[in-house]
Ligand binder design. Structure first.
Ligand code: GRG
Length: 289
């Protein structure tokens, strides 16, 4: 069921990204936006669509929030790959945006993907209630910005030149911003759109986000990353603390499994209706890219 729903969400969000970018023309910056927002697992879009389904939110509204989060995720990857950040040549098995075009185009494409994301979530198409749209927009700004993803990225960059490696507590806080904040936003969007309690999904997504990052560190160590063309920083990772360096490979796997179990438990109030979200949590630690 999860695979089918993930595929469905991916197809819906890809078609919608194409539609919302259609009026933008064919300048190189727009071509770069289309290129950078193509592909990927679409986990964040799935989380939006699935939590919307769980709360009876219309898919024609939810798709705008799903498109918003995938546009913002794509921007973060474009900027993360730049020479001034992680300096990666490959993303999703293809040349990164600044390699395919140039740095200026990549910076601008990332900027425009970010503003496109905020446009999508604040349009009346996304939700008929202006208060709900405002809540979605404010929470997305916080998740993406200096209290969320940008903060996590800044802490990560600072860690590269720090004299001592990060502690487990510090790396957990860093990743809660860098990777977790957008995942939490995605998984609570359905409840926000239905004006329902977000607390169970908040707990689910916090554990899911952390499990996702631990799985990413495990993937890096187990070397799958290189064979599937996943981005690997040229020099940024040397000597930096990761969940694997702090917990050991087996300890990291055990911690990821504990978090998945805890994430699934957080969904108990939803009963079987949340099975696809439980499968998503298992997928996050079992994935190979
Ligand atoms: C530039 C402000 C700014 C932030 C960048 C998200 C991020 C912060 C950097 C990405 C670096 C990275 C590889 C982090 C590991 C976890 C992660 C977010 C992986 C990419 O997400 P996936 O696996 O990607 O969902 P796909 O390609 O499937 O969409």
């Amino acid at each position: 069921m999860f695979e089918a729903r993930l595929k469905e969400a991916a197809q819906q969000v890809e078609a919608h990204l194409t539609e919302v970018m259609a009026p933008l023309g064919d300048l190189p910056v727009v071509a770069a936006m289309r290129y950078a927002s193509a592909g990927g697992k679409r986990l964040r879009a799935f989380l939006v669509m699935e939590t919307a389904r769980l709360h009876g939110v219309k898919p024609e509204h939810a798709i705008w929030a799903a498109t918003a989060i995938e546009a913002i995720h794509a921007y973060s990857l474009v900027h993360d790959d730049l020479p001034c950040m992680d300096d990666d040549d490959l993303r999703r098995g293809l040349p990164t945006t600044h390699i395919k075009w140039d740095e200026c185009t990549a910076v601008l494409a990332g900027d425009a993907l970010q503003t496109l994301g905020f446009e999508c979530v604040s349009r009346p198409d996304c939700h008929p209630n202006a208060e709900v749209r405002a809540a979605l927009t404010v929470s997305l700004a916080r998740a993406a910005g200096a209290q969320g993803m940008v903060l996590g990225q800044a802490l990560d960059i600072a860690a590269e030149t720090a004299s001592t490696p990060l502690t487990l507590e510090e790396i957990t806080a860093l990743q809660a911003g860098k990777t977790g904040a957008l995942i939490v936003w995605s998984a609570t969007a359905g409840a926000v759109m239905a004006q329902a309690d977000t607390a169970p999904l908040q707990r689910y997504a916090t554990d899911l986000g952390l499990a996702f990052q631990i799985a990413d560190d495990i993937l890096d160590v187990e070397g799958d990353a290189a064979t599937v063309g996943k981005a690997v920083g040229k020099d940024a990772d040397a000597g930096k603390a990761t969940f694997v360096s702090l917990l050991g490979l087996e300890g990291a796997k055990a911690q990821a499994a504990r978090l998945v179990a805890q994430a699934c438990e957080a969904l108990s109030a939803y009963g079987d209706a949340a099975d696809a979200l439980r499968d998503a949590a298992r997928f996050v630690v079992a994935r190979d890219s």
